[in-house]
Design a protein around this ligand. Structure first.
Ligand code: THU
Length: 519
């Protein structure tokens, strides 16, 4: 069933939410893009805070919010990488066990031999090199011999530079496509890039005819699934490059964040049915790599100001998801990307403000988007839609999470409860045991004690989850004492949600406590 009509998925490129447990393997111990950005006095993000960015696990330094307007979580990267391509692929359903290959010592002879055979031209350079320096150093020889300048960088790229008078543009693009055909499998670089230039020796300059030939995702992504199901799939910014144009029905190139935001606002004024997938690249390209925390903070503040207006134009059936694709801590000791969690904020009239915790893969985004748009798509992600939109599913989840705080050294039986009040607030509780046994508190009564002592008197529902060693084997119905407490404060139709391993069972108080005592 399609629950949402339009989803805006906005990727703030490189806005990491703190090191992943395996960050050290990537040379990124201690990296934390958001924290570094938050140190700048240029950061002013009232709208992101209003939605609840500070409620994300570990982001309390941004200011927690008692009554957030959005649903939040942070997600782990399962893929073995930290670049844009692999990050966007994972959030679109594809987990990559291998990183895209890089060639710090140049490309192997077998690749270059094949390339020369097809193009009939020799190869110059074949090393990591700066794009402007490479034409200054090799341009003249290229003009004399007609050989192509092939170079790479720290990224997974195969770049071909050629003078527009020596190799006409179309011919250069053909060479790129031919290189793309050779560069597969373990040589499958993320991008082959045409780098045409012009001018005289000593004053060569690059032209604006750069063109990227990206590698296609190795399997069906959520974009393919949405397009095949007849939904609109609109890209803004570099999304089209990251997916080699696949799975899209409409594309918009942009010149940077400001352009990307204005194009997105324009699309929001139109009618479509599906996904608008946006990448805002300046955070990464202009500020993260250049170690400019103030610039990064200012760009995020600009986004926040735009966001304030954007939230107002969203419609009843819209969902906005704001997230990132990897980190690029501007204050760590490298200019490179960093292996981090990504933050996620979802907002919409049908979204229940909450926190869906720490997720095990970015692919949870693909699962959520596809379920929300009513499209079947299998991936390893777990949809958050139920938790984000169905209050009972959400309460069950909160009760399950509350189990982890249980103090139950005597029984070893952990219980968690989540109590929903008429005010919309949710109070959780766990069981708290005592060596003298009788002072022990049940999870439900802990939750009621917290709520009542905070002034709450109107209650809608409670979810209860229990099990030995945190494993839910069967439902944990409330004990008689807890039922009596519920009878004190709640109406007969008060809902009692009993968590099962998968899902829940629903009862009312009148069912569980018929003929309760009262004065
Ligand atoms: N317990 C609850 O927290 N709620 C109930 O409704 C039933 C029992 C706890 C109390 C004790 O710590 C443990 O479960 C085993 O009885």
């Amino acid at each position: 069933m399609q629950k949402f009509k339009r989803i805006f998925l906005i990727v703030l490129d490189s806005l990491g939410a703190g090191e992943l447990p395996d960050a050290e393997k990537f040379g990124d111990k201690g990296a934390h893009t958001l924290r570094s950005v938050s140190m700048s006095d240029k950061l002013f993000i009232p709208n992101l805070r209003r939605l609840g960015i500070g409620n994300i696990d570990g982001l309390g330094f941004l200011g927690t919010n008692e009554s957030p307007e959005g649903a939040v979580c942070k997600l782990s990267e399962r893929s073995n990488g930290k670049d844009s391509t692999i990050g966007h692929w994972e959030m679109s359903g594809i987990i990559s066990p291998n990183p895209l290959p890089t060639f710090p010592y140049g490309f192997p002879a077998e690749i270059l031999d094949q390339f020369s055979e097809i193009t009939g031209r020799g190869v110059l350079c074949n090393k990591p090199y700066s794009g402007t320096k490479v034409i200054a150093d090799y341009g003249e020889e290229h003009m004399r011999t007609g050989s192509l300048i092939v170079y790479t960088s720290a990224d997974s790229v195969f770049q071909i530079a050629a003078h527009e008078d020596v190799v006409p543009l179309e011919e250069l693009y053909t060479y790129c496509r031919q290189a793309r055909g050779i560069l597969t499998g373990k040589y499958g670089v993320g991008r082959v890039i045409a780098r045409p230039f012009t001018g005289e020796p000593g004053s060569f300059t690059r032209t604006s005819h750069r063109h990227d030939f990206s590698i296609e995702p190795p399997a069906l992504t959520m974009l393919d699934a949405l397009k095949n199901a007849g939904r609109d799939v609109i890209s803004v910014g570099k999304i089209q490059d990251l997916f080699a144009g696949r799975g899209l029905t409409e594309t918009h190139s942009t010149s940077g964040n400001a352009d990307g935001m204005s194009v997105t606002a324009k699309i929001a004024g139109e009618d479509f049915d599906g996904l608008c997938y946006v990448n805002l690249v300046d955070f990464d390209m202009l500020y993260g790599h250049r170690q400019d925390a103030d610039g990064y903070a200012k760009a995020l503040s600009d986004f926040d100001r735009w966001l304030g207006d954007f939230l107002r134009v969203l419609r009843e059936d819209d969902m906005l998801i704001i997230t990132a694709d990897h980190g690029c801590d501007p204050s760590d000791d490298s200019t490179d990307h960093t292996r981090e969690y990504i933050p996620l904020i979802a907002f919409g009239r049908k979204i229940i403000p909450n926190n869906t915790g720490i997720r095990s893969t970015f692919a949870d985004i693909a699962a959520t988007v596809c379920e929300a748009l009513g499209v079947d798509y299998y991936c390893e992600g777990r949809s958050m839609l139920g938790e984000m939109t169905d209050i009972r599913v959400h309460l069950r989840e909160r009760a399950v999470r509350a189990m982890s705080d249980s103090y139950s050294p005597y029984s070893g039986f952990r219980v968690g409860a989540a109590l929903l009040c008429g005010s919309g607030r949710i109070y959780t509780g766990c069981n708290i045991e005592n060596s003298a046994y009788s002072p022990s508190l049940c999870a439900e009564r802990t939750a009621f004690a917290k709520a009542v002592s905070a002034g709450e008197r109107d209650f809608t529902a409670i979810a209860i989850a229990g099990g030995a060693n945190s494993v839910i084997e069967e439902i944990c119905p409330p004990c008689g004492v807890c039922r009596q407490v519920m009878g004190e404060f709640c109406r007969p139709e008060f809902e009692i949600i009993l968590a099962k391993q998968d899902g829940f069972e629903l009862h009312t108080l009148s069912e569980l406590l018929p003929l309760g005592f009262s004065l």
